[in-house]
Design a protein around this ligand. Sequence first.
Ligand SMILES: [Zn+2]
Length: 508
Amino acid sequence: MLRQYLNILLITIYAGLPVCLNEYLNRPCDYVFAAVATGTLICPFVLFPALSGLYALLLGIFLYLPLWADVCHLLIYQTPLNSSSLTGLLYTNPQEAVEFIKNFLHGPILTITLFTLVWIITAVICISRTAPYRSPFIARGLAWSVLAVSALHLWASYIFIEDRFIPLRIFLNVKQLLQNDRELQKLRQEQKDYNFAPITSLLPNNEKQTYVIIIGESLHRRHMQLYGYNRPTTPRLSARKDLLAFNNVTAPHAATLPSLKEALSFADSFEATPEETKGSIIKYFNTADFTTFWLSNQYLGGLLDNQIALWGNEAAFTRFINHDYWGEHAAPFDQALLPLFKEALQNPAPKKLIILHLMGSHIQYKQRYPNNFAYFSAPTASAQEVAEYDNSVLYNDAVISAFLSELEKQTGIAALLYISDHGQDIEDTPESCHCHTPEKNTPPMLEIPFILWLSPEYKQKRPDLAARAAAALNKTYNTRDFIHTVIDLAGLSNRDFQTGKSIFSSDF
Ligand SMILES: [Zn+2]
């Protein structure tokens, strides 16, 4: 008898623990939901005692393992599992896989893993070894009623539970990803099979060349000291005498995806179909025998709905270090890309295109910089938000400068081009929304920095372009045509390239 009571206690704890843990992770806790879910999970033990062991094992696999994955993810990346991480996991590359495994080989994770496995195995053995006993009629009646009510409740609040109950959320996400997979593979294959017309180069094929494109985020140039802002937000870049800061460059749209979709391909509309956007900047440089790198601190998302990430995956070396959707929780600071950038620079390939995609000044601003960059502050909430934005610009100044210092150590032809994907409307005035949205497109949302650095060797080998660039500082340009400018910068050409669309061109 005592054994049976102990077994009931064990079953209750075993079924209730993952539910309570799930509630704990989904704060604020819903205790009613936790109690109903635990009660429901216990019912099959009451109704089918002979299958107790098997059912306990199924709970271990379908309840405990997803929660274990979620807890590990939370410990490693400070954010719960999301579609971005699952995509990363499904389409991982060798470098990412190694890093992922390394992450799992640290103390707390190993302890949790071991504890989970021991707990599941012990519970399954204990539950299955207790001789099957027939529950009283009244208990079985109650169990059927609870199951019936729960089934109704589950049906009625399906979406609520889907979002809230981690195991279900993970399974549904994976199901969605696998469903998308076939379409994605088709798209990837089409991108792979797409060929640009032959590309010619002004420079000999063995000439050492390094082109670095830094894509910033939500940076309105008028918040940069370099562009005349009254706060010292770019002390490092402003101190340099070898930068060309273009004054009249705008983004095509006030949102990341549509803006970059046009900037990084030959597509002229952000509504361009995948068919029209097969040829990206990465593909172009791959075709021209460049070794390409895509190093991103932005979200990966579901690849099917993120054309930019899909292009990023075409690079010879692709890394997405941000495991959080929009970094609402704790995205890495942009400087975390620096070691990867150094690795890319050390790669012995003679011709390289390195694209860095930053989190820059994306909302929430104060999560974009470490505490030692909290330099500006203000007394009112609105002004404080502007101050935090400016702190993110100050940090961005340090990040860009760090990348530039590394690039400067390189020999050979080198160039760095920095743009922001779009701007941000951020002033301490009642009209300013402190946002960017394609519905409004106010000038601050579109006015972006556009900064060029050329190595001494570049200037020596291509004095013509260097001179034209220096003379183009006040030209009006839209980054819709950005791909043409980058191709021009690298001295490449084919029938897709239109000189008139490069800001560095004499035809512009
Ligand atoms: Zn953006």
